[in-house]
Design a protein around this ligand. Structure first.
Ligand SMILES: Cc1cc2nc3c(=O)[nH]c(=O)nc-3n(C[C@H](O)[C@H](O)[C@H](O)COP(=O)(O)OP(=O)(O)OC[C@H]3O[C@@H](n4cnc5c(N)ncnc54)[C@H](O)[C@@H]3O)c2cc1C
Length: 143
């Protein structure tokens, strides 16, 4: 098993094993570890956030909910053009700055969530593709 990020997942007892180091898994890891649970998160890739399969366009609500740091905001976008599969297009402009959408550094966002999860006490293990058997093997350590 790889331990490119951190590795202390071999705790005697684990409350929660999370498979997948994307925003959902990382936010969950941070929240549960912050609530005092022993959490381990497995990510199949060697580095959390890479490769990036996301344009990094998010709403202000998402940025607020996920507490996206300002230094990860690449641009405030005021207009968008949506392209349909058959050539249809729709353009939208946001008149007020408070309605803009953001382009963020998505890999950096994932890395910052991983740092938050680790700071809350979660263990993250990269290069760890996880199959059902691994969870089954760990089951005697899962509370
Ligand atoms: C091309 C593209 C562009 C996008 N652009 C935007 C955008 O601009 N704005 C937006 O809001 N959303 C965008 N999205 C959607 C956005 O990327 C997803 O909604 C978001 O990443 C979902 O987060 P998640 O944590 O649920 O899953 P993911 O980010 O997919 O994370 C899941 C993680 O689990 C890992 N994993 C999977 N199976 C295993 C396993 N067995 N063992 C270990 N690890 C495993 C994966 O490697 C991955 O890192 C885009 C998606 C794509 C594909």
């Amino acid at each position: 098993m790889g331990r490119a990020e951190t590795g202390p997942y071999n705790r005697a007892v684990i409350d929660v094993a999370i498979v997948g180091g994307g925003p959902a898994g990382l936010l969950t890891a941070a929240r549960l570890a912050g609530a005092g649970l022993d959490v381990v998160l497995f990510e199949e890739h060697a580095r959390i956030g890479e490769p990036t399969h996301c344009s990094g366009i998010v709403s202000l609500e998402t940025a607020e909910f996920a507490k996206i740091p300002d230094d990860l905001v690449l641009a405030h976008l005021r207009s968008a053009c949506l392209h349909g599969p058959r050539g249809a297009q729709a353009r939208h402009e946001w008149a007020h700055a408070g309605e803009a959408i953001l382009a963020i550094d998505r890999a950096g966002f994932d890395r910052s969530l991983a740092a938050q999860a680790r700071a809350a006490g979660a263990a993250t293990s990269a290069a760890s593709r996880t199959r059902t058997e691994r969870i089954r093997r760990m089951s005697d350590r899962l509370r």
